[in-house]
Ligand binder design. Structure first.
Ligand SMILES: C[S@@+](CC[C@H](N)C(=O)[O-])C[C@H]1O[C@@H](n2cnc3c(N)ncnc32)[C@H](O)[C@@H]1O
Length: 318
């Protein structure tokens, strides 16, 4: 079997919206494409199969284990770095940038990574395996800051109540394990009360986003992609929750010159930056029922995509 075939037992992450991303990026021989979130390499394999050269990024050092078979293709390299730093590793112009945000199945399923409230593991959640982890935040942040994290990154309405319960509990015994945190959150909310999702879902999402600075990464990654893409280059972004999608939607709406709020009674605004993207399609593409049936993790995915125009990038590099 070729190293470019579909996922197998060695590549346990099933790629989401793969056909749609392929059609948005249009990889081909002679094209240079960035896979900004390598994971198990599903997108990279498909881009390579289409003949493109692929520069992949993943800030998780364990992603390297899926890279070795692809490196043999000669048109591939994986850089261990956050995608916000992609400009430090590649020269413009690039023909495509694909982002498939969030965590991989390998990260969630491995209890030792501490991403899951279903599996007992250390309270970690660091994609890069460096810097402060979730336990540092839960045990070290002020109560008001914890409440803010849960409210802003988890859209958790009971954020203050949960933060107060965690601060009381950690004074007796600091948190070190995922299940301990999940159970404490559940108790603070008065149990499950018939809810479909686990009561700690939002708190875990919030901590993961905070630990990995995911929203700042996304904003900086989109700006970097805009600067790197040549005219006609394509940007495709798959999001998994509303906070991510809001950022991507606002980016494309703004860069395509479609920002609402202008008055139809006034002449169009002039003098602002020219649109740096044309939308590839209106709105977001979502997975088919068939895809969700096979891969339930795809259910909240949304793809947005655009084609780079010749207008300059809106933001210069910091
Ligand atoms: C959903 S998975 C990607 C799966 C991949 N498309 C596939 O088909 O196998 C997301 C991956 O992106 C990585 N990642 C998330 N945010 C990142 C960032 N800001 N910089 C670099 N890698 C990131 C995660 O470590 C994870 O391995």
């Amino acid at each position: 079997m070729s190293a470019l075939s579909n996922p197998t037992a060695e590549t346990p992450h099933v790629s989401v919206l793969l056909e749609e991303v392929l059609s948005a990026i249009a990889p081909a021989s002679g094209k240079r494409v960035v896979d900004a979130t390598f994971g198990a390499g599903g997108y990279s394999r498909a881009f390579l199969s289409a003949g493109a050269e692929v520069i992949a990024f993943d800030r998780d050092p364990t992603a390297q284990r899926f890279a070795a078979p692809l490196a043999a293709e000669g048109r591939f390299r994986l850089v261990e770095a956050p995608f916000s730093e992609m400009e430090q590793h590649i020269a413009a112009p690039i023909d495509g940038v694909a982002m498939d945000l969030g965590v991989s199945s390998m990260q969630v399923d491995e209890a030792e990574r501490g991403f899951s409230f279903m599996r007992d593991g250390p309270l970690d959640m660091r994609m890069s395996r460096s810097g402060p982890g979730a336990a540092d935040l839960v045990n070290g942040e002020e109560q008001a800051e914890l409440a803010r994290i849960f409210y802003v990154y988890g859209e958790e309405r009971q954020s203050r109540r949960i933060a107060s319960a965690l601060v009381r509990r950690r004074a007796e015994q600091p948190f070190t394990r995922t299940l301990d945190l999940a159970e404490t959150v559940e108790r603070a909310l008065g149990g499950r009360r018939g809810a479909k999702a686990h009561p700690a879902t939002r708190v875990f999402q919030a901590l993961r986003i905070a630990v990995n600075a995911e929203l700042t990464e996304l904003e900086q990654g989109l700006d970097a992609a805009e600067r790197l893409l040549g005219v006609g280059g394509r940007l495709a972004v798959v999001t998994f929750h509303s906070l991510e999608d809001r950022i991507v939607k606002a980016f494309f709406t703004e860069r395509a010159g479609r920002t609402p709020g202008g008055s139809r009674h006034l002449p169009p605004q002039t003098g602002g930056p020219k649109p740096s993207f044309e939308l590839l399609f209106n709105g977001a593409r979502t997975p088919s029922e068939a895809e969700v049936a096979v891969n339930p993790r795809a259910r909240s995915a949304k793809l947005r995509a655009g084609v780079r125009t010749e207008a300059p990038a809106w933001r210069v590099a910091a």
